[in-house]
Design a protein around this ligand. Structure first.
Ligand code: PHE
Length: 347
């Protein structure tokens, strides 16, 4: 045992050094480095002690080895313990830093969505596309001929006063109605024709329900034996899909130069069901669009024989449809891009 005289002290000194070092170990990295310093299999302090075994007399080696192994086991346990303590502290610290206060009011995020005009426009397109209509998009700048003359509204026709026009020159103007597209389609295509023409139109008109720029959706069907009943059948489907199942339509005589007969189409009030309310001004009916049987003169202007073919046409105001559908009182709300307002308008 003589040879071991210094061993107890040495072991105690190493334990003390480990404890001393442990006090400053404030991170997983520090614990790892400390462990390496004492326990590295090649250069660690304890490994060095193992190496010294060679100089120990053979009969004492077993005892020496046992003591050093005991120290090694103790040190391993101590570092494991230190490691898990530091890890726990680090985790607690991270939790503290990344803590989320779930009682705070949530930040409102704005999910993008389509503008009500686009929504209605797409709904209308879906409805009429399901009946076989295809899209024709005309141009916003038109000639006087396509916007008026070919639509049976010559220069001196009083019906021109119905639509205050923005003229760009004596010949060119901003189209006042998508009906101008009818002429382009009938000039270029032969019946059967079934087109839908959505787009912007312009009129010098400005109040709560009128805007100088608004959107229309024109419908045109030309074929053999087209009658008003075809028009009403299609519009019945349209109002039921847009305003609800029980909605009905009613045709009232009206006047447009390019249709004969012309009608104003009403639908039964979807707010009161026809009993009479504020929306329908007590009548039970709401005016929704203008339509009619294509005037023979218009067919002739486009080289289509009116004795062989007949047509129907209708023009829907998209803003008006949106205003009715969503209960909007002022058309300007649709153009002001106020997200607070637009957010409330949805299906
Ligand atoms: N173009 C007409 C208007 O703007 C609407 C309409 C279209 C009427 C088609 C009849 C046929 O008022």
């Amino acid at each position: 045992m003589e040879k071991f005289s210094g061993l107890e002290e040495k072991v105690a000194a190493i334990r003390a050094k480990i404890e001393e070092a442990a006090a400053g170990m404030d991170s997983t990295k520090a614990v790892y480095e400390g462990m390496k310093r004492f326990m590295d299999p090649k250069k660690g302090v304890i490994s060095e002690m193992m190496k010294e075994m060679r100089s120990i007399p053979a009969e004492q080696r077993a005892e020496y080895g046992k003591r050093v192994n005991a120290l090694k086991a103790w040190a391993q346990e101590r570092f494991d313990e230190l490691g898990s303590q530091v890890k726990e502290r680090e985790l607690a610290c991270r939790y503290e830093q990344e803590k989320v206060d779930i009682t705070l009011p949530a930040e409102r995020t704005h999910a993008g969505k389509l503008h009500p005009i686009t929504q209605v426009r797409e709904q209308l397109i879906d409805i009429f596309a399901s009946m076989g209509f295809t899209i024709y998009e005309g141009s916003e700048i038109e000639t006087d001929y396509y916007n008026f003359t070919a639509l049976n509204t010559p220069q001196d026709h009083p019906a021109r006063d119905m639509q205050d026009t923005f003229y760009l020159s004596p010949e060119f103007l901003l189209r006042t109605q998508t009906s101008s597209g009818q002429i382009h389609v009938m000039e270029n295509d032969r019946p059967p024709i079934k087109i839908l023409s959505p787009g912007k139109v312009f009129r010098s008109d400005d109040d709560a329900t009128h805007s100088p720029m608004f959107t229309q959706m024109e419908g045109l069907v030309v074929d053999k034996h087209i009658a008003l009943s075809d028009l009403q059948g299609m519009l019945d489907i349209f109002v039921q899909k847009i305003y609800g199942e029980g909605t009905r339509t009613r045709l009232r005589p009206s006047f447009f130069p390019f249709t004969e007969p012309s009608v104003e189409v009403d639908c039964s009030c979807f707010s009161c069901g026809g009993k009479g309310c504020r929306l329908c001004k007590g009548t039970g009916w709401i005016e929704i669009l203008g339509a009619g049987i294509v005037n023979r003169k218009v067919l002739e202007n486009c080289g289509i024989d009116p004795d062989e073919y007949s047509g129907l046409a209708f023009g829907i105001g998209i803003e008006r449809t949106a205003m009715l559908k969503y209960g909007i009182g002022n058309i300007k709300l649709l153009f002001e891009s106020d997200l607070e307002v637009l957010d409330q308008i949805d299906d």
